[in-house]
Design a protein around this ligand. Structure first.
Ligand code: ZN
Ligand code: FE
Ligand code: FE
Ligand code: ZN
Length: 280
């Protein structure tokens, strides 16, 4: 017998949003307190901050915090952890870029503080920020061959998992953001990526922010997610919130998608180890 009349009644409170930013990155709004309160309001059991780590290969104001701001980041999150302790679990993570050649520096950055999890994201191909909406940067989509972008992207994803730096790989089909899809079948590349993720013990996230980008769908696409599920790659959930209003956004859709491809649980992390396996 089905007692549920809609997804909204399914106890969403058991879930965790692991992808939230803070104003330190220069392009997000709202205080950590507002993000945490939003998490409580939408009924999440847990939230985790994962603001953009300081960029190592170039200075990027308006994109990431600076090195000098790292102590402030930790201070802010520790503050809300303490204050909201009785209402919600607050974890601290960071979203770090994978830049080949900067693995040692990235490792030093990650190890300089305690984190519950590290999201590794590929936002750069050949030093090109392919998901940057700035028109002069976006222009490069006209120069690059779309299939080459995707092939390079999957190579970088595999390298990022093999680096051992990360616990979760962020938005794992990000090149689709502005709508450019591969025009050839890349199933082989995605399967190789999924196998690498499984072998390296990294999780992926369903990132709901893609629904609000030109592509209008979550990362990764259902057919990709199915490949990761079949390979046995575990899952987390993230809104990629850049505003308190985004916290836990569309998790009903994310959970429905996860279940539709065969996932039955999502992970939480604590001090860079699996904390809980939440049954969906
Ligand atoms: Zn951001
Ligand atoms: Fe990202
Ligand atoms: Fe993010
Ligand atoms: Zn992100």
């Amino acid at each position: 017998m089905d007692y549920f009349v809609s997804n909204a009644i399914i106890p969403s409170m058991i879930y965790a949003d692991y992808h939230m930013h803070t104003p330190l990155c220069g392009h997000a709004i709202g205080t950590p307190e507002e993000y945490v309160k939003a998490g409580i309001k939408v009924g999440l059991k847990e939230v985790g901050f994962s603001d953009h780590a300081p960029m190592l290969h170039q200075r990027m104001p308006g994109v990431t915090m600076t090195f000098d701001e790292l102590p402030q980041y930790h201070q802010m999150i520790e503050d809300v952890q303490k204050r909201f302790n009785s209402q919600i679990t607050v974890k601290i993570g960071i979203e770090a870029d994978f830049i080949p050649g900067y693995e040692t520096k990235t490792k030093a950055l990650i190890n300089s503080y305690n984190y519950d999890y590290i999201i590794g994201s590929v936002h750069f191909i050949d030093n090109w920020a392919f998901d940057d909406p700035n028109p002069t940067v976006k222009e490069y989509w006209k120069i690059y061959d779309v299939n080459d972008v995707y092939r390079k992207y999957y190579k970088l994803l595999q390298q990022s998992a093999k680096s051992g730096l990360f616990d979760i790989i962020g938005h794992c089909d990000l090149p689709k953001k502005f709508g450019a899809r591969p025009t050839v079948d890349l199933t082989r590349e995605i399967k190789a990526t999924a196998k690498t993720f499984k072998d390296c013990g990294v999780a992926i996230e369903i990132n709901t922010a893609g629904l609000y980008k030109p592509i209008g769908e979550m990362y990764p696409a259902p057919n990709c997610l199915k490949i990761y599920q079949e390979a046995g790659v575990p899952l987390t959930l993230g809104s990629d919130a850049h505003s308190p209003n985004d916290v836990g956004r569309d998790f009903d859709k994310a959970i429905a998608l996860a279940k539709s491809v065969g996932y039955s649980e999502v992970l939480t992390f604590k001090q860079r180890k699996i904390d809980q396996r939440i049954k969906m």
